[in-house]
Design a protein around this ligand. Structure first.
Ligand SMILES: NC(=O)c1ccc[n+]([C@@H]2O[C@H](COP(=O)([O-])OP(=O)(O)OC[C@H]3O[C@@H](n4cnc5c(N)ncnc54)[C@H](OP(=O)(O)O)[C@@H]3O)[C@@H](O)[C@H]2O)c1
Length: 339
């Protein structure tokens, strides 16, 4: 079967097609014909050699994927042939609190990922896909959707009516916007481009800020919220945004640190703001299989249709990575593997 291979640090140019052998599933495994795989910022980091503890040899990249079960080992009870499944980002984090052991490996970083015509793996590493989505859309839940879910509802613990601030319009933030609106929250979105802000308003954003036109955008957040600030920030920016995100949070508010698109360097934080403002600062990394199953149910019930910016074919995998590197996208970039 055809697969893409990439060595961590080899760059986008290091991505190449290979012919790999497929084996029959062991009793606890399933064999999945992959239909789509979605790109995340972490996949660019892996290509650039910036992802922590990568496999030391070339592997199949990407963590997110959707496919159809074409064979199941005799001990597998969770799936049968013909079921549509998606990958669980941390295969060993089934449920409960995060531990180092549960997050020791993820698809497309420490072991083979989803950019292949087939995957053979433990049935526990997958969940049933949402029923109403296209293959491309279903492929975006495993990382971006799950991270947005964890940030808003698990780590963020945001109730209906909460005011949330979402930075930028990439994969995680756009997912967070769609989930927040379905849950009845008030969403403020920032972006570098007015056109992306317009698209965010069409998805339900209640207020928008162009962070290029408003470099001190935390003041805009405070103005929009009548001086109060927001209950929750889904903080994807890192070095360049974290201090402003904290200033944007209301008294008692939470900043969930998810990413570092502006850099991962040190940030000066005033302890007094956390103390006097009783603000909570917490980091997350993707989520458990249980959280992913909760997300799938929520997506089905609320008929959420994740935003796909562009779909590439597997032969255009390098172009898909290059497009992601431009940050021109709004929502998700997907690679279609088979029809
Ligand atoms: N912790 C986790 O489990 C987890 C999971 C997934 C992702 N992440 C991390 O989260 C971050 C986002 O991931 P992603 O896959 O959503 O990336 P993405 O799709 O590439 O989106 C990145 C977006 O960041 C926005 N951005 C850039 N500079 C900004 C700034 N100064 N202020 C506000 N927004 C800015 C841009 O939005 P505009 O074009 O609209 O300006 C850009 O589209 C990455 O650092 C990624 O590694 C972490």
């Amino acid at each position: 079967m055809k697969a893409c291979l990439l060595q961590s640090g080899a760059g986008i140019a290091g991505l190449h097609m290979a012919e790999l052998l497929v084996r029959n599933p062991e009793p606890h495994e399933i064999r999945v014909q992959m239909k789509s795989a979605a790109l995340n910022s972490r996949d660019l980091s892996f290509a650039r050699g910036q992802f922590p503890n990568p496999a030391a040899h070339p592997i199949v990249p990407l963590a997110d994927g959707y496919g159809v079960v074409i064979a199941a080992g005799q001990e597998v009870s969770r799936f049968k042939t013909g079921d549509c499944v998606i990958t669980s980002y941390y295969p060993f984090w089934t449920d409960g609190a995060i531990t180092a052991e549960k997050t020791a490996g993820s698809f497309g970083a420490q072991f083979n990922g989803t950019l292949a015509e087939e995957i053979v793996a433990d049935a526990n590493h997958f969940v049933m896909a949402p029923r109403g989505l296209t293959s491309a859309a279903a492929a975006t839940l495993s990382c971006a959707g799950l991270t947005a879910w964890n940030a808003l509802f698990v780590a963020g613990n945001a109730p209906p009516g909460a005011r949330v601030l979402l930075l930028g319009t990439g994969g995680v933030s756009t997912w967070a916007l769609q989930l927040a609106k379905a849950a009845g929250m008030y969403a403020i979105v920032t972006s570098s481009q007015d056109e992306k802000l317009e698209r965010s308003r069409a998805l339900g954003a209640d207020a928008t800020i162009n962070y290029r036109n408003h470099p001190d955008w935390q003041n805009e957040v405070l103005r929009i919220t009548d001086g109060a600030g927001v209950d929750l920030v889904v903080e994807v920016g890192g070095e360049g945004t974290l201090a402003r995100s904290l200033k944007s949070a209301a008294i008692g508010g939470t900043v969930v640190v998810v990413g570092r698109v502006t850099g991962g360097g040190a940030v000066a934080i005033e302890p007094g703001m956390l103390i006097g403002g009783a603000k909570r600062l917490t980091g997350i990394t993707a989520g458990s299989r249980q959280m992913l199953e909760d997300l799938v149910r929520f997506v089905d019930i609320n008929r959420i249709n994740p935003v796909i910016d562009k779909v590439f074919s597997i032969d255009q995998a390098r172009a898909a990575y290059e497009y992601m590197a431009t940050s021109k996208h709004f929502g998700k970039i997907v690679i279609q593997i088979s029809a």
